[in-house]
Design a protein around this ligand. Structure first.
Ligand SMILES: C[S@@+](CC[C@H](N)C(=O)[O-])C[C@H]1O[C@@H](n2cnc3c(N)ncnc32)[C@H](O)[C@@H]1O
Length: 196
């Protein structure tokens, strides 16, 4: 966070409060609809295909744990949902998903003392402040177990996200897919990467 000016930190704090208000009002309930399901299913597919059996999964910027709810409870050993919005994490906890932990933390400085088989940035990496994008990516690549899998989903093009991810020499691209929908301008790009 030291790479952020006082004014950036203030804006970041305001954004967090905005997310909290929006979750409280139900603005993100639409993430449960069928169109959005297409991208969650792509992430589930990549994890089933490329991760080790019964992986531990860390979902960064997990919101209400919608992704967690898409998995069969026998397909992972533990699912960790992390979001800086307390209201979203409260909603995630209310779901009482099996073998799951949901906690409030900020991706900018969250530094868990665990390693994981899979780490997911599902519509969250583009919210990381530009000055911290490389540092955050490297910190979480460092939290992957040997042969661990990183999965990233980004709406449309996501300014300077893929450039930073693709330039990182600690990971190797395994798969990449454009998830299109019935709406012309609504699509996501989803990438799967193996740690070297
Ligand atoms: C578009 S929502 C996606 C939610 C979830 N990944 C999904 O697809 O269901 C983006 C999420 O990122 C979270 N977020 C944004 N910046 C964050 C940060 N610095 N630390 C933790 N969470 C953050 C927001 O609170 C929000 O829940």
């Amino acid at each position: 966070m030291s790479k952020l000016s006082l004014i950036d930190r203030f804006h970041h704090w305001r954004r967090k409060n905005r997310w909290n208000r929006q979750y409280k009002k139900g603005k993100w309930d639409y993430l449960n609809n069928d169109r959005e399901d297409l991208r969650y299913q792509k992430i589930v597919e990549f994890i089933s295909k490329y991760a080790s059996k019964n992986p531990t999964i860390l979902d960064l910027g997990a919101g209400e744990a919608v992704l967690n709810g898409k998995f069969d409870k026998n397909s992972y050993s533990h699912f960790y949902n992390v979001d800086f919005s307390k209201n979203s994490i409260d909603k995630a906890k209310q779901k009482q998903l099996p073998n799951s932990t949901s906690l409030v933390a900020d991706i900018h400085n969250y530094n868990p003392n665990k390693t994981y088989d899979v780490i997911v940035f599902n519509e969250a990496y583009y919210y990381v402040h530009h000055n911290l994008k490389k540092e955050v990516l490297n910190r979480f690549i460092g939290k992957l177990k040997p042969n661990g899998l990183l999965v990233v989903s980004i709406y449309k093009e996501g300014l300077d996200c893929w450039e930073i991810i693709d330039a990182n020499t600690s990971i190797e691209k395994l798969d990449f897919n454009k998830v299109e929908t019935d709406r012309e301008q609504t699509y996501w790009k989803v990438g799967a990467y193996r740690v070297n």
